[in-house]
Design a protein around this ligand. Structure first.
Ligand SMILES: [Ca+2]
Ligand SMILES: [Ca+2]
Length: 309
């Protein structure tokens, strides 16, 4: 009898231990799920809050650009208020920072093809010079032209139409239309990430037909305008404009560039890039907005991207 009672007590203790262990497992699981839920909720709230701040930054940039139009309609240069970078400013729960860049101080890849769908030879030569200055392969210009132009005829000798992309894994086709982001270069034949990183700061994807703003363009873009402008002459031109603009663009450039090219440069801009970053707690969000300012000063976002441009 004594042995049976002891055995039963042993079983009861085992069951009690099992119940406690199960209870602990369930409790830990519940706590884990609850803390995950809490984290997810906090992240979702931070994302919502961050997006609102980023929208605020966009409205802020729009207002500065609108005011700039009122103050100086005939010139856009790097000494103006829109070009001043906004350092991280404290906001509720974090900080926000932002900067506005002139996209017309870059080479517009869509200019390589005219609105009629023909290769633009002046733009192509300009792009080739830019690639050369950056020590990239200038024959890549032909690949971009084929990517953009509406036809399927491979440019000779350096083009690439569908046939070049069918052999890729996975295979795809040329877009045969204007691009909306310069990152599309990465899909083009013979172009890699390393080359993209070198080229990206100097190119953009705007509607075809934009002029280059020589008041904001870096020396390498000025050098792309003519064989007569080397990097030294480009640097001298930047020195001439100083912290402001060229008082008379024709006077400064007429000796260096062809009349056809002179018609494509300007001192004002319509398209700008806002890069705004907000950090809320441990979450960080970056938004890129391409802003278009029309002749009446109205600014609207024509392209927005979160995280990557
Ligand atoms: Ca201005
Ligand atoms: Ca094509």
């Amino acid at each position: 009898m004594i042995a049976v009672a002891a055995r039963q007590r042993g079983v009861a203790v085992m069951i009690a231990m099992l119940v406690v262990a199960l209870g602990t497992v369930i409790a830990v699981d519940l706590m884990w799920n609850a803390s995950l839920d809490q984290r997810r909720t906090a992240s979702a709230l931070a994302a919502d809050q961050g997006l609102l701040y980023l929208q605020g930054a966009e409205a802020w940039a729009g207002e500065i650009l609108r005011q700039d139009q009122v103050d100086s309609i005939d010139s856009d240069h790097l000494g103006e208020s829109w070009a001043i970078e906004l350092p991280p400013m404290p906001v509720d729960g974090g900080a926000i920072s932002g900067r506005v860049e002139d996209l017309q101080g870059r080479f517009n890849l869509n200019n390589l093809v005219t609105p009629q769908g023909e290769e633009d030879q002046i733009a192509r030569r300009q792009f080739e010079r830019l690639l050369e200055s950056l020590e990239l392969d200038p024959t890549f210009a032909g690949v971009v032209v084929d990517w953009l132009d509406p036809d399927g005829d491979t440019g000779f000798p350096f083009g690439a139409e569908d046939a070049a992309y069918f052999s890729f894994d996975p295979p795809y086709r040329t877009s045969n239309t204007a691009i909306t982001s310069s990152s599309e270069l990465l899909a083009m034949s013979g172009f890699d990430l390393e080359s993209y990183r070198v080229l990206a700061p100097y190119v953009t994807a705007l509607p075809s037909g934009t002029s280059l703003n020589v008041n904001t363009a870096p020396a390498v873009l000025l050098a792309s305008l003519s064989d007569d402008i080397d990097m030294a002459r480009g640097a001298a031109l930047i020195e001439e404009r100083g912290g402001a603009d060229f008082p008379d663009i024709s006077t400064s450039f007429a000796g260096d560039v062809e009349p056809d090219v002179l018609r494509r440069i300007d001192g004002v801009s319509q398209y700008f890039l806002l890069t705004a970053t907000v950090a809320i707690g441990t979450n960080q969000f970056t938004m890129y907005s391409v802003l278009q300012r029309d002749n009446s000063g109205i600014v609207r976002a024509i392209f927005r991207s979160l995280g990557v441009l």
